[in-house]
Design a protein around this ligand. Structure first.
Ligand code: GLN
Length: 487
């Protein structure tokens, strides 16, 4: 029974339902795994073993395993509020005097209702700003496939924890790729939903018009199970839409016959990493052999997505970070001469370099005289990027394939002195954010150094079902997602 923690949700659910295992055993297996491997990874920042065991016992006692998530342990990125559980956004601003929210996010509430149980919190870049989990006040999370490398970010803790079998699934957030990139770097499946499909209530904001929340898991089927529990309108988040949530599991027919898959030429450029290109082109061929039709397409404004993202995102960051003023939450300072210097000192000593950089860029881009030149201009670019997708989809394309990242996971510290190199990690991940469409990362191969390579599958707005269907069919035909790191 010692590898219970490596089961998928679907597999564990079968065993729980047949009473072959208990939730207590399953949860204990994850707790033991965390104790055995996390000192090498640094994924878990708050260990909630005790509360998880209590919940597991309660689920076992109730004995109702009709929900596919009943008794399933998971970990949460440290930006989701859970009542009574420390939540710090991996920032000294909230870690100092540990912020403990008095309320739950909608997503963790929905998971609780479905019977899932929280094992604690995992690492992220500070307030989710980054692509490597190196900006966390708790230090970097390491990649289970090679601990010299990053796990990606900002949901690096979530992806590393899933890949290392510390939990059955984890929650992440994706503003500019933070679910998809770490999932790709760690050989996991991860989905960014349509903006408005999942509730952001109770999740600390980074850039409100771009932020989405979603799961990282061990299979596409597991993502479908989780989305079934968490997606849908929430009266506490006005940006969620009243669009019916289909039965995502039913969508997993294994059949892609008749599906038209777009291959955008802008994502396959001269000089790109040959192993990444090879793995993604091979994945396209697999889907073609299953009956899908491949079609070369063009998304002409792709190259402008990342520059526009790095105007819009910091602008919204500068506004969202204003609430951390040293008065209302967490980190404070003493001995300031007046209120203004109090704010200055609390914020200067509390925030890390990347957060400060974005506050400054964003404040500049929004200031009178520059607003039209930067923020408004970036919003116009955003509209053009969305139009690129609209054109392609209305011409009959169902889903689009691309790499998740330009290279496999990079070494810890590789971009330490070069913030722009770190921003370029999102080069394939920002267009979908601009357009508000769903996109998923699934494992599609390994580099010769043994590092995972991710395949990105993008869909139409609200059409997570087709994205999941294509990803699931691909997974059924391949073995990549079954590979496990040796730790
Ligand atoms: N790497 C991106 C950034 O730093 C993505 C962050 C995110 O999605 N939270 O903004």
């Amino acid at each position: 029974m010692d590898n219970l923690c490596s089961l998928t949700i679907a597999q564990a659910h079968e065993k729980l339902r047949k009473k072959e295992i208990s939730s207590e055993e399953l949860t204990q297996a994850c707790i033991d795994r965390i104790a055995a491997v996390d000192s090498r990874l640094n994924a878990v920042v708050f260990n909630g073993a005790e509360m998880a065991m209590e919940q597991a016992k309660a689920v076992d006692a109730a004995g109702d395993f009709s929900s596919p998530l009943a008794g399933i342990p998971y970990l949460t990125k440290d930006v989701y509020c859970e009542a009574g559980v420390p939540t710090t956004a991996c920032s000294n601003v909230l870690r100092d005097k540990t912020y403990v929210p008095p309320f739950d996010s909608t997503t963790t509430t929905r998971l609780k209702k479905a019977g899932a149980l929280s094992l604690g919190k995992v690492n992220t870049d500070e307030f989710t700003m980054g692509a490597s989990t190196e900006t966390s006040c708790y230090g970097v999370t390491r990649n289970p496939w090679n601990t010299d490398c990053v796990a990606g970010g900002s949901s690096g803790g979530s992806a590393a924890a899933v890949a290392a079998d510390e939990c059955l699934f984890a929650l992440g957030t994706d503003t500019g790729g933070s679910i998809r990139q770490p999932a790709g770097y760690c050989n996991c499946a991860g989905i960014r939903t349509t903006y408005g499909r999942t509730s952001r209530y109770g999740v600390m904001s980074m850039a409100s018009s771009l932020d989405t929340i979603g799961p990282i898991g061990k299979s596409v089927e597991d993502l479908a199970i989780i989305l079934g529990a968490i997606a849908g309108k929430d009266s506490l988040d006005a940006t969620t839409a009243d669009v019916p949530v289909p039965d995502y599991r039913k969508a997993l027919t294994g059949n892609v016959k008749g599906l038209t898959i777009g291959i955008p030429k802008e994502y396959f450029v001269d000089g790109m990493n040959a192993e990444v290109e090879g793995a993604v082109r091979e994945a396209a061929k697999v889907l073609e052999s299953l009956g899908a039709t491949l079609k070369e397409i063009s998304l002409p404004h792709t190259e402008h997505a990342t520059p526009a993202y790095y105007v819009i995102c910091p602008s919204e960051v500068s506004s969202n970070m204003a609430r951390y003023d040293g008065v209302r939450f967490g980190h404070t300072t003493s001995g300031a001469a007046d209120l203004r210097s109090y704010y200055e000192e609390a914020r200067s000593s509390g925030f890390g370099a990347e957060v400060k950089r974005r506050i400054m860029i964003g404040t500049y881009a929004l200031s009178a005289g520059y607003f039209d030149a930067y923020y408004r201009q970036a919003q116009k670019v955003r509209a053009l990027i969305k139009r690129d997708f609209d054109d392609v989809y209305s011409a009959g394309v169902d889903v689009i394939l691309s790499p998740v990242s330009p290279t496999p996971a990079f070494k810890v510290g590789a971009h330490q002195d070069d913030p722009v190199a770190m921003y370029l990690e999102d080069i394939f991940l920002d267009s979908q954010v601009m357009a508000g469409i769903p996109a998923m990362s699934v494992p599609c191969g390994f580099s010769k150094d043994g590092l995972p390579i991710g395949l990105q599958i993008m869909g139409k707005q609200w059409d997570e079902a087709t994205v999941l269907r294509a990803g699931h069919a691909y997974e059924q035909a391949t073995e990549w997602h079954k590979q496990k790191p040796t730790l």
